[in-house]
Design a protein around this ligand. Structure first.
Ligand code: AMP
Ligand code: MG
Length: 351
């Protein structure tokens, strides 16, 4: 990663980050329509493409190093664009290295445990990027806006009394600190949608038959609590954006811009981790050299000793061809004794 590119990304994400200790008033502080001076969607699409490539590269290194894991928490109001963001931003990343977990209304089994239990069970492994589609933050959002959810959690009196939200913020911060200290980097993303854009997206979900499944009349009932949610988000952002697990507020009214931002935030996070391919030490290197010599000895007649190196340098090609010709075996090999041996070397022989 060139320092210049890393610096550009850092600068781009800076205004999106909630500095620890800052008191956030969402509606005054963050504009859902902000687009950082990028004028056209076309420019954004270009940016997103290079972000997706960068992520794929970093994810390979993260997996190879197998030391750090990354947890991305995605929060938004209904129709905020969580699903589409995951689909687009992670489109270039090896699915084997990503784990997505969504969280809905807790089950009876989940309610029989402490409130962080179900989230802990879905954490990424080392080397993985985990995405929480909704997260433990629902515990201070929907649960706060609808306190009947808290009653269902079967908490002892002391744990649901006054100060419950403050205490939950602290517990969440502590839990995230613990995870960070143990090699798991946490990044929290809030897709900040305007009320009017939400109305438009709801109507689209009603008007377009293929989108009907995404809409639930309950979403409109939730919308009636818009102001309560804005307050709950503001308090959450103020209390839980920490040096070790910062929040980013993403302007979400333009989907393309939100995706550019999220990909930049993830790139910035991975650049910070700076995962490296493991280096092979002297002893292993000697072993590799030995095995290499053995594999080279197994080269069939007419084939370069190391076809990969030959291809890389472009030398072996001519060499192999010349040899092949001299022995009277060109493309037509595949019959004769020698040819049979050759195939055995490459594809495990004729079954
Ligand atoms: P969706 O993501 O649209 O499928 O909806 C999932 C629903 O589950 C949302 O309405 C959330 O508010 C709700 N939900 C998620 N987590 C919790 C929680 N811890 N307690 C209560 N409701 C929750
Ligand atoms: Mg929904």
């Amino acid at each position: 990663m060139g320092d210049e590119r890393a610096e550009r990304i850092a600068e781009f994400v800076r205004p999106l980050r909630v500095e620890p200790g800052r008191k956030v008033r969402l509606e005054q502080d963050f504009d859902p329509r902000y687009k950082a001076g990028i004028r056209r969607k076309r420019d954004g699409v270009e940016l997103l493409r290079s972000g997706v490539e960068l992520l794929a590269d970093y994810q390979r290194r993260l997996a190879a190093q197998d030391t750090h894991g990354v947890l991305v928490c995605l929060q938004a109001l209904d129709a905020g664009g969580k699903d589409g963001t995951i689909r687009h931003v992670m489109s270039g990343v090896n699915p084997q290295g990503v784990r997505v977990a969504g969280f809905k209304v807790p089950s009876d089994d989940e309610l029989d445990h402490d409130f962080l239990w179900r989230y802990h069970r879905e954490l990424p492994r080392r080397g993985e990027i985990g995405i929480f589609n909704r997260s433990h933050y629902e515990e201070v959002l929907v649960v706060r806006v609808h306190p009947e959810n808290l009653l269902r959690q079967k908490l002892p009196g002391a744990a649901r009394g006054p100060g419950v939200w403050k205490r939950r913020y602290r517990e969440i911060n502590d839990w995230e600190r613990y995870l960070t200290d143990n090699g798991f980097t946490i990044v929290k993303i809030f897709l900040n949608l305007s009320k009017e854009e939400q109305r438009t997206r709801f109507l689209k979900r009603i008007d377009v038959p293929e989108r009907n499944w995404k809409f639930s009349p309950a979403d409109v009932r939730e919308r009636a609590h818009w102001d309560d949610y804005q307050k709950a988000f503001s308090k959450m952002l103020s209390a839980t954006s920490t040096a070790w697990a910062p929040w980013y507020v993403i302007p979400a009214d333009r989907k393309w811009f939100a995706r550019v931002c999220v990909s930049a935030v993830l790139a910035h996070t991975l650049i910070g981790i700076d995962p490296r391919y493991p280096e092979v030490g002297g002893e292993t290197r000697r072993e590799l050299a030995e095995v290499k010599r053995e594999l080279e000895r197994q080269a069939p007649e007419g084939e370069p000793a190391d076809p990969f190196a030959a291809k890389e340098t472009g030398e072996g090609k001519a060499e192999g061809k010349a040899k092949g010709k001299a022995k009277g075996r060109g493309k037509g090999r595949g019959r004769g004794k020698a040819a049979g041996k050759g195939r055995g070397g490459k594809h495990g022989g004729r079954a």
